[in-house]
Design a protein around this ligand. Sequence first.
Ligand code: DX5
Ligand code: ZN
Length: 236
Amino acid sequence: MQEEDVAKRPATCYKWDMEHSSLIIAPSMLSADFSRTAEEVASIKNSGADWVHLDVMDGMFVPNITFGPKFIKDLRKHTDLVFDTHLMIEQPERYIQLFAESGSDYITVHGEATRHVHRALQMIKSSGCKAGISLVPSTPVCAIEPILDMVDLILVMTVNPGFGGQALIPSTLEKVTQLAEIRQAKGYSYLISVDGGVNLSTVSTIVEAKADVAVCGNAFFTAADRKLFVQQMKGL
Ligand code: DX5
Ligand code: ZN
């Protein structure tokens, strides 16, 4: 690293290495202006962020309601970015096919929302999408150990799901490190994503914990300069 690069390093990003610069940034449309969604998704692309995180909420699994497959299908026409669909709905297996057909690349279900996690993951894979599993803060890693060999993504909730703009719960990051250790020990290849309260003040802690993907809602959409925000998150 050149000396001038050190000077440009954001004060909050102490980990300045390849691992940090390859952090995948996934802005969450939950914090976008829903009356201007096509423009918002174009701004995600222009900012240099990598994925679009789509929070589907049913008012049952979480106390909030957002959007369904038609919204995602309509948005799909406006971007070629990876669609990272996070289903916060009860019995997600009822809707997996629809969300796959709407243009999702990753579909993530909650282990707490179905009795048949294995079957739900099989359904996602047979639909041609990448399969993700998510854990709320009170669910331990051991609850999903039997299915770790079949997932492409693990979404560790670092807040209680339902709303944007909450503060990250630090103890949840232990699960990120634990999952990274299991991945290395067993030769798995899943990505580890962190969702909730991720911003310029907390990014160093998620990188240190060994996260690969940073979901950011509030921090991205309220940033004065979204491109600069993404660069700082990546440590560029
Ligand atoms: C919360 C959602 C998150 C949310 C994160 O239930 O799953 O994706 O958008 O928002 P921030 O980044 O504002 O905490
Ligand atoms: Zn989410």
